[in-house]
Design a protein around this ligand. Structure first.
Ligand code: FMN
Length: 331
């Protein structure tokens, strides 16, 4: 798949997810799969403007992860310009604009999903991004703010701005993550009405669902988020089914979890956290949170795992977590 001048190895994308798709997570996922593009989750332009050191870890050696996109969220033109300027010293492939975040904070700050109910503002933001970014600009949207009836108007603004790719999480901003509101028709409508590549996103939890969505909507690619949590081979499985090939389902057991988490630990240990600031957290606390949440996601794929999940959840330090994991594997 080609976006602007950049050739991706396939049409599967790891979604940006704050506090999930961190540098170790993206590196770990790529070790198991070919993933066309990975994304740095949203960075607030206001935080860059305020010179907040805490965002620097988000950009940790991103040049090693190319192709990679960096996502900005913000409704303030000056902060956006400054952020683009700040990012110019980093080596990445796409600048993605978040026009879909449904959080109250984003809507209050008139950014993210808010832009879908103020198309003039959406246009201004995209115009500035295109004008000042030296990287191709992409945008991630939802189907609308409170309904999808303005989708065609949204598409017109986006296409006329000159962005190179649209990713759409196929529900409205108001619907947040409501399971019943995944809207495949809007995905199809979007694809039928634009010339630039469209990436479909939302609720793709199985390779079969991925194929259904691709076949029905004819979107150019898929973005996968939550299905990758604790399930690092999902991209390989989806790629097989999209090529009408079968795949060997993985056996979810403690041995698999052990191997994967040891591997994850190695990746965490390769990251040099010492150069970053973490709002008074120690490096061990950062490593602890990283490992703990991934350990919990792995247990979700194991039968009768309530007890081990509880043991992991109750761990209070990196050392305790590692000891608890050892105990879990040995039983
Ligand atoms: C914990 C979490 C954090 C997220 N952070 C971002 C983000 O930073 N930027 C963004 O565009 N979307 C974000 N999303 C939305 C995902 O990128 C994706 O659109 C959504 O989860 C639907 O895809 P899925 O069903 O495959 O997970 C986040 C989602 C989750 C669950």
């Amino acid at each position: 798949m080609r976006i602007a001048t950049i050739q991706l190895e396939n049409n599967l994308i790891l979604a940006p997810m704050q506090n999930v798709t961190t540098a170790p997570y993206r590196r770990f996922s790529r070790k198991f799969n070919t993933i066309g593009l990975v994304c740095v989750p949203m960075i607030y332009t206001k935080r860059i403007e305020k010179n907040s050191k805490s965002i620097l870890i988000d950009l940790y050696k991103i040049e090693e992860e190319r192709p990679i996109s960096v996502q900005l969220i913000g409704g303030d033109i000056n902060a956006l310009r400054k952020s683009i300027d700040f990012l110019s010293s980093y080596n990445f492939d796409f600048l993605d604009i978040n026009a879909g975040c449904p959080s109250k904070r984003a809507i209050r700050a008139q950014e993210g999903g808010y832009l879908l109910k103020n198309l003039e503002k959406l246009q201004d933001i995209l115009d500035v991004a295109i004008k000042f970014s030296s990287k191709p600009v992409t945008v991630k949207i939802r189907t609308g703010f409170s309904s999808s009836k303005n989708l065609i108007d949204i598409i017109k603004v986006i296409e006329s701005s000159g962005v190179d790719l649209i990713t759409i999480h196929s529900r409205t901003v108001k619907d947040r993550y409501d399971d019943s509101k995944f809207d495949i028709e809007s995905l199809k409508l979007l694809k039928e009405n634009v010339l630039i590549p469209v990436i479909g996103n939302g609720d793709i939890f199985t390779p079969q669902k991925a194929k259904e969505v691709m076949d029905y909507t004819k979107v150019d690619g898929l973005m996968i988020g939550r299905a990758s949590m604790g399930n690092p081979k999902i991209f390989t499985h989806i790629a097989s089914v999209l090529q009408d090939m079968s795949y060997l389902p993985i056996e979810n057991n403690l041995e698999r979890m052990r191997k994967h988490l040891l591997f994850y630990e190695d990746i965490i240990d390769e990251i040099d956290y010492s150069a970053f600031s973490f709002n008074n957290k120690t490096i061990d606390q950062i490593k602890f949170s990283e490992l703990k949440r991934n350990a919990i996601w792995f247990t979700r794929h194991i039968k009768d795992s309530k007890k081990i999940r509880l043991k992991i959840s109750n761990s209070r330090s990196l050392e305790e977590l590692k000891n608890n994991l050892k105990e879990i594997y040995s039983n």
